[in-house]
Design a protein around this ligand. Structure first.
Ligand code: E4P
Length: 218
C-alpha cells in the first residue's frame, strides 16, 4: 500500500519525505487555508513547492464547482508540474470534468466519495484515484473502512484501473484497516504514519540491547 501525506504543511511534508517511505501528497482547500495560503498565484506556488519536495503524485483541488471552471482550473494546475493530480469533487459536473481530463491524459483524484455508487461513476469516467472519506463516515457512525473494502472489491470484480485512495484517515488503526481491506493508497496525517512505529516490545528490546552492550563495552 502506498502512503500519501494529507497536509499542505511543508515542514511535515519534508519530515515524512525524509523517512523515505512517502509516495505522494494530498491537499484540499481547507488544508491550504490552514497554512494561510491565500490567492490563486500563492496556491500555485505552494503546489510547486510541494512537488519539488516529493517525488510522487500531489493532489491539487479545483475550487470551481461548474464544468467549465473545473476544466480551466484543472488544465492550469496540471501544467504546473508533472506530479500534479487534479482533484475534483464527486458531483455531476465533476464526473464530466474527470471524463474530459481522462481524454486529455490529465490524472485525476475524485474526492468527497461516500458511497460505492459514486465510486463507480468516478471509475467509469476514468479517474486515476477515488477518495472515499473514512473518518467523516465514522464521524456519523457509519463505517468508512467498510466502504473502502466495498470499492476495492467492486473495482477488482469489474477490472477498473482506478486506485482506491483512502482519505480522511485519522488514526494509525485506520491505516492498518486500510491494509486489511486492500486499499491501494492511504493518505494520512504524519502522526498516524509515525504511529506505525510504536511498539513497547521494540522499545524494551532496544533498551535491553543497549544495556547489554554497555555492560561489556562500557
Ligand atoms: C484528502 O484527500 C481529503 O481531503 C482529506 O483526507 C479529508 O480529511 P478530513 O476528513 O480529516 O478533513
Amino acid at each position: 500500500m502506498k502512503f500519501f501525506i494529507d497536509t499542505a504543511n511543508l515542514s511535515q511534508i519534508r519530515e515524512a519525505n525524509e523517512m523515505g517511505v512517502l509516495d505522494g501528497v494530498t491537499t484540499n482547500p481547507s488544508l491550504m487555508a490552514k497554512e494561510g495560503i491565500k490567492g490563486v498565484e500563492n496556491c500555485k506556488k505552494h503546489y510547486v513547492d510541494i512537488c519539488n519536495i516529493v517525488d510522487g503524485d500531489v493532489s491539487a483541488e479545483v475550487i470551481s464547482t461548474d464544468y467549465e471552471g473545473m476544466i480551466k482550473e484543472g488544465e492550469e494546475l496540471a501544467k504546473l508540474h508533472s506530479n500534479i493530480v487534479v482533484k475534483v469533487p464527486c458531483i455531476a459536473d465533476g464526473i464530466k470534468a474527470i471524463k474530459y481530463f481522462t481524454g486529455k491524459g490529465i490524472r485525476t483524484n475524485c474526492t468527497l466519495v461516500f458511497s460505492p455508487g459514486q465510486a463507480l461513476l468516478a471509475a467509469k469516467a476514468g479517474a486515476t484515484y477515488v477518495s472515499p472519506f473514512v473518518g467523516r463516515l465514522d464521524d456519523i457512525t457509519s463505517d468508512g473502512i467498510e466502504l473502502v473494502g466495498k470499492i476495492v472489491d467492486m473495482y477488482s470484480f469489474y477490472g477498473f484501473q482506478t486506485q482506491v485512495l483512502a482519505a480522511s484517515i485519522r488514526t494509525t488503526q485506520h491505516i492498518i484497516q486500510c491494509i486489511e481491506v486492500g486499499a491501494d493508497v492511504a493518505t494520512c496525517p504524519l502522526s498516524a504514519i509515525k504511529g506505525l512505529l510504536n511498539h513497547p516490545l521494540t522499545d524494551i528490546g532496544l533498551a535491553k540491547f543497549m544495556e547489554d552492550y554497555k555492560k561489556v563495552n562500557g
